[in-house]
Structure formats: C-alpha cells, structure tokens
Design a protein around this ligand. Sequence first.
Ligand SMILES: Cc1ncc(COP(=O)(O)O)c(C=O)c1O
Length: 342
Amino acid sequence: MNFASDNTSGVCPEVLEGITTEASTFDAAYGLDNSAAQLQEKLAQIFERGVQVYPVATGTAANSIAIGATNPIWGTVVCHELAHIQVDECAAPTVISGGVTLDPLEAAHGKLTPQILQNRFYHRRDSGVHSTPLSGLSITQATEAGTVYQPEEIADLCGLAKANSMAVHLDGARFANAVASTGSSPAELTWKAGVDIMSFGATKGGALAAEAVIVFADIDCEIVERLRKRAGHLLSKQRMFTAQMLAWLNNDTWLTYANHANNLASKLGSGMADAGIQVAHDVEANMVFAWLDPATHSALTAAGAEYYTEARMGDLVEARFVVSWSSGGRDVDDLLAVLPKR
Ligand SMILES: Cc1ncc(COP(=O)(O)O)c(C=O)c1O
C-alpha cells in the first residue's frame, strides 16, 4: 500500500525494454543520435505540429530551463503558491535562469483563475526599473492538488497573460494524467490554448528518468540549449533518455498507464468519501487529498499504508495519496478496507 508518491514506483517494462535495446548499440553522443530525431517526430505527431524537444533528466531542470528561456533575467513568473517551482525546487528556476523570480498566488484547489491573475495585476505596484515586471505565468497540469485545467481554462489564462506580454509555461510532470483525465488532445491542452513552452514528464508515469522541455513558441532555441548545458543537463548518453520516452509514448503506453492510475485514484477518492472522510479536492488525476482524523491516520499507518501528510487543521491531518502506473487495484481495496465503517 505505497501511496507516497508516483516517484516511489519503479520503471515500467516497456521503458526497460527500450533502454535495453538502445543499450546494445553505438550511436552519437549528446543528442546527435537517431533517437533524438525520432522523439522529435513522435512528439510532433502527438502535438499535431512541429516542436523543438530538449530531453533532460529531471523535472526541476525542465522547469528551470523553460522559465529561463522565456523570461528576461529580471522578470517575474506568476505561479500557484503550491507550484513545484515555488515550493520544491530550492530556487532552481531563479538560479538556472540567471535571476527570474517567482510570484506565488493563493488559489483554491491548486488552480489559478483569470480573476486571481487580474487581481494580482491590479494590486501590484509597478515602480518601473525598480521593480521586476511580471513576464511569465507558470501553471501545472495536472495540478499539485490533483485537479486538472480544462482547455478553455488554460486558454483564458493564456489570453490574459498574453494581453499583458507574459510568456506561458506549463509544468507537465503529470501531463499524461491530465490528457487521460480531460480526454482533450495534447495540442488542445497546450499550444492551441496559448502555452509557449512546457516541461513534459515521463518519470512519474513509468520512465526511469526522462523529462523534456518542449518549445511551441517561436523563440531562438539557442537559449534553451545553452541553459540546458549550463544546468548540467545536456546528457552525453542522451539516447538512453530518449529511448525511455519513445518506449513510453509508443502504442499509447503513457495514456494506458495514466488512465489506470487515474481510475484507481477515483475509486480511492470515492471510497474515502463513502467512508465519511472529507476529500479536499476533486479527484481528477492520480492523487487524492483527504482530511484524516487521528484514529483513521493511526489505523492506516498501522496497516502499513504509506502516504505523505501535508497540512493540519485542528486534530485533522491532510494526507496525500498518489496512485501510480504500477499501483494495483488490490492496494486500493486493502486501504479502503482499513477505513472505519459508517
Ligand atoms: C508538479 C511537479 N513538477 C515537477 C516535478 C519534477 O521534479 P524532479 O525534479 O524531482 O524530477 C515534480 C516532482 O515531484 C512535480 O510534482
């Protein structure tokens, strides 16, 4: 019953096979190999247009490079207060970009809205050269709260951002779960809605370590290449990373696993609600956030359930349960069986 994180899961067989096949060959280093072009082509199919793809090993690197490539070093990127870039990246976006700062905003259920963004514009004091301009917006899809943005919601945010000369970045560490959840196409959830650049994550979805910066906007990509090298993420055996992503994308494996995780999370969330537990956010991807009383928390822990605890409210603790590509239906049933009967 390991629901601690999708990072506590292992590596899916398809990805392992992809690495094994690639591992038995020789090819050029630093992304000048055949699989780099194949990945570019595969992602162009998936996103229904030409894209520039830059593989890296971590989501933190992808986010930091993407933000650095689309903002001036004196710029500020608006994000949710729970955004991974804000709370979990040790200021890497600022360091790797060379100075871009973040402006975290509070918003319900992990989702920014045009009104919240507009409010920020309204209340911000702009003192010209003395302050940093709001140059970018970063949203996470699926969000850190396990919710998802619909294409129209992204389009509305992007429209407002663009009207204020801001570039839009999308942190897609769990993009597969968002695609599976919304049923919308990758294109509708990104560039068609106005997203300029994204971090595309495969690691949580079953890869060993495979993330990529995908560029949609018409920018000079030398900056992406240079920032990637400076960040130490131009991988000498990059083809071992592209092989992972290709294997994960082939035959819609990524969406099959994401659907599996989303469906189990939905079952877990409904089961908890049926047991009278307050579920904090709609379960729209592969995570369930629930307020547990001390007795339930102790019973689950004693039964061997693993999950992270986040906030506290009185004697209730907010617990985060993440369902991964490799979680079994049995794990969910076992966990639900421990909950107090109503
Ligand atoms: C929303 C989000 N973005 C990005 C990441 C990437 O993190 P890492 O640098 O550990 O690969 C994570 C991982 O937890 C995440 O949850």
